[in-house]
Design a protein. Sequence first.
Length: 199
Amino acid sequence: MRIFLVRHGQTELNREARFRGMSDARLNNSGIKEAVSAANIVGEEKISAIHASRVRRAVETAQIISETTGAEVFLDEGFLDVDYGGWQGLTVEEVRKTFGDEALRVWRKEPLSFVFPHGDRMRDVHERVKSAIMRLISDYPEENVCVVTHLAILKVAFISMFDLPGGWFWKLEIENGSVSSVLHLVNEGFVLETWNRSK
């Protein structure tokens, strides 16, 4: 089966480089255009279903893709964004002022072990995303499914699928509205087809 991994379109929080998490920001004009572009890419194949984070920016992107593909949107807690807790809505500089340099240093050094203050444990996020991907493989054998989610979740998904060290979290470039496709073969596992594609 094939999984199309879509990062939602841009919001003003993206433009301001803030930790977004559970913030229910809408797509801005650029984000709507990016979602349409993603829909055109995903629409090149027959899609059985769209699984999306319930956060508004992901839902709006998924709905635009649904209009093009005709596939139904299912809100999926497995692909919900990270709860950044006390960091949510802040820029990196604001985090530094409030929580100190050491917190940022640990986040940079060990992203998949980090625990956000009053927020998610990244180990739990990793397990949640891994379970969600395996569930899709079980539910949609030999089909194409689209996942609309967030930057951090896509990074964790990539690390999980290809069993990579946590340091890969900082190596992956994933633009708003981009589409990546991963093929899952029963006896071989995951095969990367495209990454960070946009029109």
